[in-house]
Design a protein around this ligand. Structure first.
Ligand SMILES: Nc1nc2c(ncn2[C@@H]2O[C@H](COP(=O)(O)OP(=O)(O)OP(=O)(O)O)[C@@H](O)[C@H]2O)c(=O)[nH]1
Length: 310
């Protein structure tokens, strides 16, 4: 995705981001990191390729506020390395956390601070560049007294820039957390277009996400010969699942081959990565069916162009 010009970034939006940067949430499994990420991003998610020049990391979502732009990046969890895979994952964590501006460490209000939390907290010393913030999660299921106890325990761990109790499920203090995080980011204009996607309908945004995922890592002449359309989106009633049926149109059989890959490997990978990108946008689990079709010379065929949504 090309970097927007300053004028483009401002667009018609009067709010010019004053601060912007990268934030990563860490903490033990199950402390509420994903739920909080989704709550922070909410409907305000901006679609971007996960491969802009600015970062090597997977972007989970972007929160735009009048005071700035918060870009949430994913990390695998921090674990004590027991296996080679564990070591590799830890190396990935190190690369990500070494780059972010703020690390938000999450502690659930309803469980005492334990050895697992202490281990992760100690690891944070390795990332001196990032400002450290403590987030007390799940306050909706904890008494005031429990929250106060947790605040004291967490305070003991280190000199946090701030400690903020939130409930992602109860939508309590989530906006406040976003504002406080933004205050800790470096000064600068938004790194991604502000709210640019709000007027695009959901289907278009999903198609675009799939298209961007396909283009990641494929340099051949694909970009101009690729179109993605959605046939159907079905909300399953029996479970929390959104079924999405998408078509990927290319112009030539050879291009179809590139996308499908050996034994379908590439298409499978595209499907998985697209799904991971779409789920935070729609806020639920997604089943994605991708069908690759050849539509010869679709760029020159007005009827086909219309069918493809151009
Ligand atoms: N009551 C309540 N439950 C929450 C809140 N945030 C998360 N949970 C629940 O806690 C559980 C774990 O939440 P996740 O967001 O998956 O936690 P996580 O830290 O991302 O977990 P890992 O992916 O395993 O690292 C889920 O069942 C959530 O529904 C909250 O604010 N209040």
């Amino acid at each position: 995705m090309a970097r927007p010009s300053k004028a483009e970034k401002r667009g018609d939006t009067p709010d010019i981001a004053l601060r912007s940067g990268f934030v990563s949430l860490v903490g033990r499994p199950n402390v509420g990191k994903s739920t909080l990420t989704n709550a922070l991003v909410g409907e305000k998610v901006a679609i971007t390729s996960s491969k802009p020049q600015t970062t090597r990391h997977t972007i989970r979502g972007i929160t735009n506020r009048p005071t700035g732009q918060l870009i949430l990046v994913d990390t695998p969890g921090i674990h004590r390395p027991r296996t080679l895979l564990g070591e590799r994952l830890n190396a990935l964590v190190t690369a990500t956390l070494g780059d972010v501006d703020v690390i938000g460490m999450c502690f659930p209000a309803d469980e005492p601070v334990g050895p697992g939390d202490r281990f992760i907290n100690e690891q944070l010393d390795k990332y001196p560049r990032a400002v450290k913030v403590a987030v007390i999660t799940k306050t909706d299921v904890s008494s005031k007294k429990a929250i106060a106890t947790r605040l004291l325990e967490v305070q003991e761990l280190r000199d946090w820039a701030t400690i903020i109790p939130v409930s992602a499920v109860g939508d309590d203090q989530v906006d406040l957390l976003a504002d406080e995080l933004i205050k800790l980011l470096p000064e600068g204009e938004a790194l991604y277009p502000l709210e640019q996607n709000t007027d695009e309908d959901l289907e278009k945004r999903i198609s675009e996400l799939i298209r961007e995922t396909i283009l990641e890592g494929v340099h051949e002449e694909l970009p101009h010969s690729l179109a993605v359309t959605l046939d159907d989106m079905i909300q399953r009633e029996d479970k929390d699942l959104l079924e999405i049926y998408a078509n990927v149109f290319v112009e030539r059989d050879s291009q179809k081959g590139i996308i499908i890959g050996n034994g379908g490997e590439r298409l499978k990978d595209i499907g998985q990565r697209s799904r991971a990108a779409i789920e935070p946008l729609v806020g639920q689990k997604v089943f994605l069916s991708l069908r690759v079709k050849v539509a010869k010379d679709w760029q020159r065929d007005p009827k086909l162009l219309q069918r493809l949504g151009f």
